[in-house]
Design a protein around this ligand. Structure first.
Ligand code: GLU
Length: 551
């Protein structure tokens, strides 16, 4: 046995497999030409970030369209930051957008033959690879204490040297295997580092699927691959996982671009085929003219749960994220208004390369547009699903009488230019509640505010007159003419011009009169078309409301 072999045995006495065994256990996948195998690899550290949804959505769509594989791998090696239950929560939140892995971690179970899909369960794989790297001299135990590393950092700072553990500063790399064995046997704590052979004087040219051709500096850092807790670092886990899971496309946030040289060296040194890399833009926000990263701490829209709790339809969010991802999506959408979003094909060249700006106004617009195009029954189904989970007030109203609810949300819907009353389902309850007598009475108890210039007498007169000539049996145009006439007879001009020409003859315009009616019926100045409101309420309820005010 060579000294290197003795060292490897000493560190991993229980590892009996080899890299070759792993290659056999996880063979190349047998997929059609062009099939993309990619993965979403979240850390279970809390909620699903909107940026992660963006990434997952792209990975899911690319895999789906190419008849490939979309894996979910849980990257739980940072035990300090782990939040109990967040793996399941991520899955659940993704599923709300129909993003479901085809393979991998599914909370209570796993699917697929390339697992385990949770990193903390993959120790034997990592250790197998490291054991062989030690035998080859490509990895070694390093014994520096935290203090020594801090001193090194300070020294490099003072002397304006590149920071890190490399070259002459990689002290443990100069130990002979026999010396390392001695230290381990003496009980000295250690971690495992990669022995880099690179130099930061060299450049590497690389084609990134999204960023295009990039030039990066070769890695020279002897990075940590196994931490003192026995778990791998991201870099090393990425190497083993994506190689043995046969990932073809690593699509990840651009914050990883700077570590790409490490990954290139790791893959090359092990003789593993380099996957395709695509570094996706970070989601940015315009904060009073300044661009910054969407922040978990500052921005409610950074959490996917915000969109779910607010009741944005999933189609609107996906639609928006597609717009952010590919510059030609909007054009495609205009030409294919009713097509399923899954019919669109992403093109790597058309990906937005730089920080994608997250724009709530645009999301709201898309969402309004989506909601107004639904039929009343589709709308009600979705409202019901939302209400069941998030809005008990709304649920109670829908359950009282579904047909009545549908008639409300159907006001000026199902036509060419439908009304855009709702941005999200959390708007619905507040918007519709005045249609319900008991809710109306609650509003009434809080008091209604009429225009100050209107006297009690004016209000009473308008309401009494309108009640006398409701005309609910008329069509919309006739109803309006009828109201105009009635209001004219008690001193309301048909339009502003008439009022301007004869200011002494009129109290106001028909607009002022209908505002009085509107506030009386709805408790507020803006409402859907009054004609439909009245038809839904019916004569008795209108009369009841008018009399309450008149009294
Ligand atoms: N766990 C890493 C992250 O959350 C995954 C990056 C990758 O996709 O490789 O950023």
């Amino acid at each position: 046995m060579t000294d290197l072999e003795r060292l490897a045995e000493l560190i991993f006495p229980n590892i009996t497999e080899t890299i070759e065994d792993l290659e056999k256990r996880y063979p190349e996948r047998n997929l059609p030409e062009g099939a993309i195998v990619d993965r979403f690899a979240p850390s279970p550290t809390g909620f699903l970030h909107s940026g992660s949804l963006f990434t997952a959505m792209i990975q899911w769509h690319l895999a789906l369209k190419s008849k490939g594989v979309f894996m979910l791998r849980l990257e739980d090696t940072d035990t300090k930051r782990e939040v109990e239950g967040s793996g399941e929560r991520l899955l659940k939140e993704l599923a709300k957008f129909d993003i479901v892995p085809t393979e991998g971690y599914f909370g209570d179970h796993e699917e697929g033959s390339y697992g385990p899909y949770v990193q903390s369960k993959r120790s034997s794989i990592y250790n197998t690879v490291i054991k062989e790297m030690i035998k080859r001299g490509d990895a070694y135990p390093a014994f520096e204490s935290e203090e020594e590393l801090n001193e090194l950092r300070k020294y490099q700072e003072v002397h304006k040297l590149n920071p890190g553990y490399y070259g002459e500063f990689a002290k443990s790399s100069f130990l002979t295997p026999a010396q390392a064995i001695e230290k381990i046997e003496a009980g000295e704590p250690y971690i495992i580092r990669f022995r880099s052979k690179g130099s930061n004087k060299n450049k590497i040219h690389f084609h990134d699927l999204i960023k295009g051709d990039v030039e990066v500096t070769e890695n020279e850092q002897h990075i940590v691959i196994l931490k003192s807790d026995g778990l791998p670092t991201y870099h090393f886990a990425h190497l083993c996982d994506d190689h043995f899971m046969r990932t073809t496309h690593v699509l990840r946030g651009e914050e990883w671009l700077s570590s790409l040289p490490i990954h290139i060296e790791l893959f090359t040194r092990l003789g593993f085929k380099l996957p395709n890399y695509g570094h996706l833009p970070v989601i940015m926000k315009n904060d009073e003219g300044k661009r910054r990263k969407l922040s978990k701490r500052l921005d409610k829209e950074a959490a996917v749960s915000f969109f779910l709790e607010s009741g944005y339809p999933k189609s609107a969010i996906l639609e928006y994220l597609f717009t952010l991802a590919n510059s030609n999506f909007e054009e495609w959408r205009l030409e294919n208004m009713d097509a399923d979003i899954r019919d669109f094909t992403f093109t790597f060249e058309k990906f937005n390369k730089d920080g994608a700006l997250f724009d709530m106004d645009k999301i709201n617009d898309i969402s309004k547009e989506r909601l107004c195009r639904l039929t009343k029954s589709e709308f009600t189904d979705m409202a019901l699903a939302y209400a069941k989970e998030y809005d008990s007030n709304l649920l109670e109203l829908i359950n009282r009488d579904r047909a009545y609810f549908e008639s409300i949300v159907n006001i000026e819907r199902e036509k060419e230019n439908p009304r855009k009353d709702y941005t999200k389902f959390s708007d619905v309850y507040e918007f519709v509640k005045f249609f319900y007598s008991d809710k109306y009475d609650e509003l009434f108890a809080q008091g209604f505010e009429y225009n100050e210039s209107k006297t009690k007498e004016d209000i009473k007169k308008v309401l009494s007159k309108h009640l006398e000539s409701l005309g609910l049996e008329l069509d919309e145009q006739e109803w309006f003419n009828n109201m105009k006439e009635a209001m004219h007879s008690i001193g309301y001009a048909v339009n502003k011009k008439e009022l301007r020409d004869n200011p002494d003859e009129f109290i106001g315009t028909i607009g002022d009169a209908s505002e009085i009616i509107r506030i009386t019926l709805c408790g507020r100045k803006s409402s859907p078309n009054l004609y439909y409101v009245e038809k839904i309420l019916g004569k008795d309820e209108i009369e009841r409301r008018f009399n309450k005010i008149i009294k």
